[in-house]
Design a protein around this ligand. Structure first.
Ligand SMILES: Cc1cc2nc3c(=O)[nH]c(=O)nc-3n(C[C@H](O)[C@H](O)[C@H](O)COP(=O)(O)OP(=O)(O)OC[C@H]3O[C@@H](n4cnc5c(N)ncnc54)[C@H](O)[C@@H]3O)c2cc1C
Length: 401
């Protein structure tokens, strides 16, 4: 039997996150959309570590009533993560990305760092710097270099579109030890802010998630200790698996999170649309046959069905992660579907509400702008489809580009 309900023990977490979204994020949502690049000081009150403590950990759930009970299932950190993200993104995606300590670099450190490195960097606020002017979707083509000189690596290169790059205290930088060796030589390096030779040179002006800072960072003969390299330094196939491969695997865990941002943002648009249209006579009656529903209601039912399907894909990918099942394909399916559905719903909600939806009087137009990036970063729609196709057809990245 498939049980589509979240376990009861997630209710407290859901309510806590919704309360933070409602009472902390929403009231300042428009403010930081307008005052791009201002640091949202109100977020300092949110301590990510305290919120993490409120999360249920990897306990085993009771088998659903009526099932054979042979197989125990776990809903742990991955499920708690997406449940939190859903609620916080309902509040404001850009602000959620600006909560100190929530960087993508943290995910890489957690996944790849040695115990000693976790001790040093575990409490940091770390962003992740992969993208370069000539390297985006194809992360195997990066040109930033790292050269070993005595006990230090010397980094050179330019990283662009680094989320939280201005506000974080540490950056996980991807660079190659030897361009001729391809992916095997690409390693990630932890570079604390303030290291000489590292400079934030620009903050982007953006369409959406304007509360979140997006930086260009230059590395010019930037020296870091040798043991700031995450994973293995050797450029063999084994070294590739232990460094590039493992960092890439962190995306299997973070993609469902980004997919859930789309879900939270789309839910916010659907909720606001309903709030705006109910006084105008919209009545949603879910037990009415679709063919009897007025066009606008039928449109909302269709969007909600698509939203639900995308959300279930995200929950499945998170559940697989908690249960130790390889979920690369499912994580990409979730991200592709949720990104597309999120973009379509938020834009359609603007249309349904007409000029009110388009005006800055409400947050609807902002939800549509915020939603767009969720189908681009951490792998675009097309790249997710490519990953799914490779898995289904059992092709390598060299065979299917
Ligand atoms: C607000 C924001 C925040 C970001 N945060 C970060 C961050 O924290 N760290 C970081 O490293 N990067 C970050 N990025 C960069 C982001 O991950 C890249 O923009 C994304 O990976 C796409 O790369 P690109 O922009 O170079 O586009 P390209 O790779 O040049 O792609 C352009 C278009 O071509 C399509 N395309 C590319 N290859 C293929 C293919 N093989 N088959 C079919 N279609 C293809 C893409 O889907 C896309 O539509 C951020 C970007 C933005 C806008």
């Amino acid at each position: 039997m498939i049980n589509l309900e979240l376990p009861e023990r997630f209710e407290g977490l859901t309510q806590l996150m919704r309360a933070v979204a409602q009472n902390v994020l929403r009231p300042i949502s428009r403010k930081y959309d307008t005052q791009e690049h201002d640091v949202p000081v109100e977020l300092k009150a949110i301590d990510r570590r305290k919120m993490a403590a409120a999360r249920p950990t990897g306990q085993e759930d009771q088998p659903p009533a009526g099932s054979s009970g042979e197989r125990q299932v776990r809903n742990g950190a991955a499920m708690a993560g997406v449940v939190s993200i859903e609620q916080m993104s309902w509040g404001d995606v850009g602000l959620m990305l600006s909560v100190p300590g929530s960087g993508l670099g943290n995910a890489a450190i957690n996944a790849v760092a040695t115990p000693e490195q976790k001790e040093r960097f575990g409490a940091c606020y770390a962003s992740m710097a992969i993208t370069e002017p000539a390297s985006g979707s194809d992360s195997g083509s990066i040109g930033a270099t790292a050269r070993l000189d005595g006990d230090e690596y010397v980094l050179n290169g330019e990283k662009i579109f680094v989320t939280a790059g201005g506000r974080c205290d540490t950056v996980v930088v991807w660079a190659t030890l030897d361009k001729s060796k391809g992916k095997s030589a690409i390693k990630s390096f932890v570079v604390p802010k303030g290291t000489p030779g590292m400079e934030v040179v620009k903050l982007e002006h953006k369409l959406g998630i304007r509360a979140s800072d997006t930086a260009t960072i230059l590395f010019t003969n930037c020296r870091i200790p040798k043991d700031n390299l995450l994973g293995r330094a050797d450029v063999s196939e084994g070294g590739k698996r232990e460094a590039f491969g493992k960092v890439m695997q962190t995306f299997d865990n973070t993609r469902p999170g980004v997919a859930m941002m789309s879900i939270g943002c789309a839910r916010a648009a659907l909720d606001l649309t309903r709030e705006l249209l109910e006084p105008e006579g919209l009545e949603l009656e879910y037990d009415k046959p679709l063919w009897e529903a007025p066009a606008i209601e039928a449109e909302i039912y269709r969007m909600e069905a698509d939203w639900e399907a995308a959300r279930l894909l995200v929950l499945r990918a998170a559940w697989m992660a908690d249960n130790g099942q390889p979920n690369s394909m499912e994580a990409s399916m979730a991200k592709a579907k949720a990104g597309r559905v999120g973009n379509a719903i938020t834009l359609r909600c603007v249309e349904l509400c007409g000029s009110v939806g388009y005006s800055t009087e409400t947050l609807l137009e902002k939800f549509a702008r915020d939603s767009k990036i969720l189908d681009i970063f951490e792998g675009t729609q097309q790249i997710q489809q490519l990953i799914v196709a490779r898995r289904l057809l059992n092709k390598s990245s060299a065979e299917l580009k």
